[in-house]
Design a protein around this ligand. Structure first.
Ligand SMILES: NC(=O)c1ccc[n+]([C@@H]2O[C@H](COP(=O)([O-])OP(=O)(O)OC[C@H]3O[C@@H](n4cnc5c(N)ncnc54)[C@H](OP(=O)(O)O)[C@@H]3O)[C@@H](O)[C@H]2O)c1
Length: 189
């Protein structure tokens, strides 16, 4: 069993977008139930990993250990603006080295975007939590994963060996739900 679990989190519109055409997550994609679900998950995580524009900006954010992807460093460096954060360029250091640098050797690592960062971990998620806002459309927006909209987010997760579990309703009024996509494990002999 690997000591670190890798879990992904995103909320997407019906057309598979995580942000609008201006690369901004619009209020139309923000829902109380989903926010509470996401906040609780991040509070439990040992480490949060995201691209430079995808910080969660929550009250508890300063308490959370994080690794921020950027080409502004060669490999790994402390973030001069946040004592809990490390800056990581994957072309200069592996993910395992980045976790070790952050001092996180076990527990859940939460991957929270953006699209390229989600794409990097597609073959490594233990679980990907896909929240869906089926009444929201963001035409011309920013696709949640590389390969959307040619394929749906669900088709991409399935193509990477993940299987949908039971959806949980988070915001009944807007039909917002979250579905855990779990990696299929080989049954032991
Ligand atoms: N709906 C949701 O659940 C959700 C989830 C996540 C994000 N979002 C939103 O979607 C938008 C995403 O922004 P974004 O597309 O700009 O993505 P992003 O991944 O947050 O930021 C991109 C930046 O991250 C760094 N980066 C990304 N991949 C890298 C790599 N392979 N190697 C080194 N550095 C890398 C680069 O930083 P440097 O420029 O410093 O090199 C790049 O400019 C934001 O508005 C965010 O709020 C929404």
């Amino acid at each position: 069993m690997p000591a670190r679990r890798i879990e992904g989190y995103v909320i997407v519109s019906a057309d598979g977008m995580l942000a609008n055409a201006d690369h901004v997550m619009p209020d139309a994609l923000k829902f109380e139930g989903d926010k509470n679900f996401f906040t609780a998950a991040l509070d439990r995580a040992a480490l949060i990993v995201h691209g430079r524009h995808s910080g969660e900006g929550q009250p508890n954010s300063p308490k959370r250990k994080r690794v921020i992807l950027t080409r502004g460093v060669a490999a790994l460096a402390p973030d001069p603006s946040n004592p809990k954060a490390s800056l990581w360029n994957p072309s200069g250091a592996s993910f395992e080295t980045a976790c070790d640098f952050a001092g996180v050797h076990s527990g859940t690592v939460a991957i929270i975007g953006g699209p390229a960062v989600f794409g990097m971990f597609m073959d490594r998620y233990d679980t990907f939590w896909l929240s869906l806002a089926p009444k929201v459309q963001l035409p011309g927006g920013e696709p949640c994963f590389p390969g959307v909209p040619q394929r749906s987010p669900q088709q991409i997760l399935a193509a990477h060996g993940l299987k949908a579990g039971e959806a949980r309703v988070l915001d009944p009024k807007d039909d917002v739900s979250v579905t855990p996509w779990r990696r299929l494990t080989t049954p032991s002999a």
